[in-house]
Design a protein around this ligand. Structure first.
Ligand code: FES
Ligand SMILES: [Fe+2]
Length: 426
């Protein structure tokens, strides 16, 4: 690189060069230093209940097939034929016994082994098929049904990788008797922005809510965030924002995150389900987390989750200047069908390619990307210093560094880790 990383991110990460979002050399380093060395979200177990079930995924720009094998274990393989590299799986999801490459019809098991080569019966010497299977993702692990993969064989366990983020994840995932399930296929669309912009937004930037989303988010929701909102960094790179309501808060104000938004979560059946869920919350997640109303969660490097709109999102890079955004509705598995439908309507009204909040956010990320790419502004890095010198005291009830939401510590922690990982491969 013709610039040192300390010029891109200063030592306290309060100044971030515009090049971090636009430079192809930075992007090449991100592939080596981050995407080859992290746990990356692949799929949710609820999408793969039966042997032979599969979904497509990506690890950065590498296409992946995630499948439940005939042995019932989860397998993940690179979707590229070992003959000439074509994708052997063309469907986004389905159930099959074999993936058959369209070019010369080599066939592979769902576990990734090469099974048949049609041309081999004409040959005198048969190739060793055991050496020609699809390349397997070497590390796979699962937390609360979320399947992650890593290309780094020596990476720490997923458990260690998530660290105290699990405390915050469990507040949602453990809340429901039947756990969480993904509803249907993902929304997938391209945004003219760098992959880190959606991520940074959902690690902790709830500060734009009252301004960018002023037409949609009612003032009382913003007042609630000011009164009892927190931004937690359980481990550098991960982040969680939430409200911790006081003990006298009635259940209907606790049960979900956005019930103030136009009554979309109204209806007797939904209210009934939320009331029952909240009644069991203390027993399931303990007294502190029972009072949590989540906002945004981010898991390094590119998975995020919006509790209040029940969406999972993965920010797949497509070069420095484009992100392919994948987004799913995630609903409690034990909820009645009518409740799931309402939750999915809530999700797609606000998020997904046509969601109101998503439109406003995406436009801002595209504008920020353009702002990062203008000429003659290299001596004006972006300012990430809000709250830099504010004291953050440990909270006995909440793990990690926990602050008010106006503090941009979540972004500084992300870029500090980002810089370190790029330095290791520069
Ligand atoms: S490229 Fe796949 S069979 Fe030839
Ligand atoms: Fe937003």
């Amino acid at each position: 690189m013709n610039v040192t990383l300390s010029h891109l991110v200063n030592d306290d990460a309060s100044l971030i060069s515009r090049r971090c979002w636009t430079d192809p050399q930075v992007y090449a380093l991100e592939k080596k230093g981050i995407f080859a060395r992290s746990w990356l979200y692949l799929a949710h177990e609820s999408q793969l209940p039966e042997p032979g079930d599969f979904v497509q995924a990506y690890m950065c720009e590498t296409p992946i097939i995630v499948a439940r094998g005939m042995d019932r274990a989860i397998h993940a393989s690179i979707n590229s034929c070992t003959h000439r590299g074509l994708p052997v799986c063309r469907s986004d999801h389905g159930n099959t016994k074999r993936f058959i490459c369209p070019y010369h019809n080599w066939s592979y098991s769902v576990e990734g082994q090469l099974m048949t080569i049609p041309q081999e019966r004409e040959l005198q010497h048969q190739p060793d098929k055991t050496q020609l299977g699809l390349k397997a993702v070497p590390r796979l692990d699962n937390y609360q049904g979320m399947i992650f993969g890593s290309f780094d064989e020596s990476i720490e366990s997923l458990d260690e990788y998530l660290g105290d983020m699990k405390f915050y994840l469990d507040a949602f995932f453990e809340r429901f008797d039947g756990g969480i399930e993904i509803m249907g296929s993902p929304h997938r669309w391209l945004i003219d922005a760098n992959w880190k912009l959606p991520m940074e937004n959902q690690l902790g930037d709830v500060n734009h809510g009252p301004y960018l989303h002023a037409a949609v988010i009612p003032p009382e929701a913003n007042e609630e965030i000011l009164r009892c909102g927190y931004s937690a960094v359980p481990k550098a790179g991960h982040g969680a924002t939430f409200r911790l309501m006081d003990e006298s808060t009635p259940w209907e104000q606790l049960a979900w995150g956005m019930e103030g938004m136009g009554g979309i979560l109204g209806g007797t059946e939904v209210q009934e389900y939320l009331r029952e869920t909240q009644a069991k919350a203390v027993e399931r997640v303990g007294p502190i987390r029972a009072r949590m109303k989540g906002l945004t969660y981010g898991i390094y490097p590119n998975l995020s989750f919006l509790w209040s709109n029940t969406s999972f999102k993965v920010s797949h890079p497509r070069g420095p200047d484009k992100v392919e955004y994948w987004s799913w509705a995630a609903v409690p598995a034990d909820a009645p069908a009518a409740v799931k439908r309402v939750l999915r309507t809530n999700y797609s009204s606000f998020f997904g390619p046509g969601g109101i909040l998503e439109q406003e956010d995406s436009e801002s990320w595209m504008q920020q990307y353009l702002g990062a790419n203008i000429d003659f502004a290299e001596d004006r890095p972006f300012y990430y210093g809000l709250g830099l010198h504010d004291e953050i005291k440990p909270d006995p009830d909440l793990p990690g560094a926990v602050s008010i939401t106006a503090n941009e510590h979540y972004a500084r922690a992300f870029f500090t880790r980002w810089r370190k990982q790029l330095e290791a491969v520069a």
